[in-house]
Design a protein around this ligand. Structure first.
Ligand code: DGL
Length: 274
């Protein structure tokens, strides 16, 4: 039986979901969390919808076995491919997913017709959900959706600050870059981080672009929605003390959760308006 004191279950295809977990933890510090990173199967972004559904099902069952009172799909790709399926299969469970923060990027822009760059995995970029989402805002903004499949493997191997990542991004983002020799592509006002691994690559994305942009991260909306759903179901933990976080990973090796733990403890600027 679940209760107010049961943990919140969070999963991702790997360590990216840590960028969501840290926002949840900031917003609801007294909750307990169980996090599962399915790193052995990452990246999800290059897999079929059917396969992503199967993997999500197995992740959710792991979190149920650990007594989760609600599930946060801390993965845009998994949300896009499997959220509807999972909600139909587990209608009694609170299941909150991710949505690339296109709405805040358009609504909060300082210019009337902002240029917005949406970066996500190939599966999210080609999925129906993002297509519809962009369609809702395309009258009010110039929105470019670009698949960035090379970021996830580099973050998964702990190279979120590497030269390899910078070189990859410089090449990928060529059409939007301001180059050292004064060359200019199409400059954007903001970047929507449409994959939960990407907040860890933020510094390198800015460096590759060569100018300052505002970043939008869907984790804030997901966290607010999780809180709202738990409150509505009277399942918010009412203890006063700080809760715990238990990290699990399907990765092999001596210390499979070491990377998740390191990312969770990186300095983090909380931006509530995103
Ligand atoms: N972190 C996931 C997301 O938000 C995807 C990474 C992957 O391709 O596995 O989309």
């Amino acid at each position: 039986m679940i209760s107010k004191s049961s943990p919140i279950g969070v999963f991702d295809s790997g360590v990216g979901g840590i960028s969501v977990l840290r926002v949840l933890k900031h917003d609801m510090p007294n909750e307990d969390y169980i996090f599962l990173g399915d790193s052995i199967n990452a990246p999800y972004g290059e897999k079929s919808e059917e396969r992503i559904k199967e993997m999500c099902d197995s992740n959710i069952n792991f979190l149920f076995e650990h007594g989760a009172k609600a599930i946060v799909i801390a993965c845009n790709t998994a949300t896009s491919a499997a959220a509807t399926y999972l909600r139909e299969k587990y209608p009694e469970t609170i299941i909150v997913g991710m949505e690339p923060a296109v709405k805040p990027a358009v609504d909060k822009a300082e210019t009337a017709y902002p240029h917005v760059l949406v970066l996500a995995t190939s599966a999210t970029i080609h999925g129906e959900r993002l297509h519809h989402l962009i369609g809702r805002f395309s009258e009010n903004a110039d929105i470019h959706a670009v698949a960035a499949p090379g970021i996830v493997p580099l973050v998964e191997s702990g190279k979120e600050n590497s030269r390899d990542l910078l070189d990859y991004l410089k090449d990928l983002l060529k059409p939007f870059r301001k180059t050292e020799d004064g060359g200019e592509g199409k400059l954007v006002d903001s970047v929507v981080l449409g994959c939960t691994h990407f907040p860890f690559a933020m510094k390198k994305i800015r460096e590759a672009l060569g100018y300052d942009v505002t970043f939008y991260d869907g984790a804030y909306g997901t966290s607010r929605e999780t809180r709202r759903r738990l409150k509505e179901a009277e399942l918010l933990n009412d203890r006063k003390s700080e809760g715990s976080i238990r990290l699990f990973s399907t990765a092999k090796g001596e210390d499979p959760t070491a990377l998740a733990d390191r990312l969770l403890n990186l300095p983090f600027d909380y931006s509530p308006e995103n």
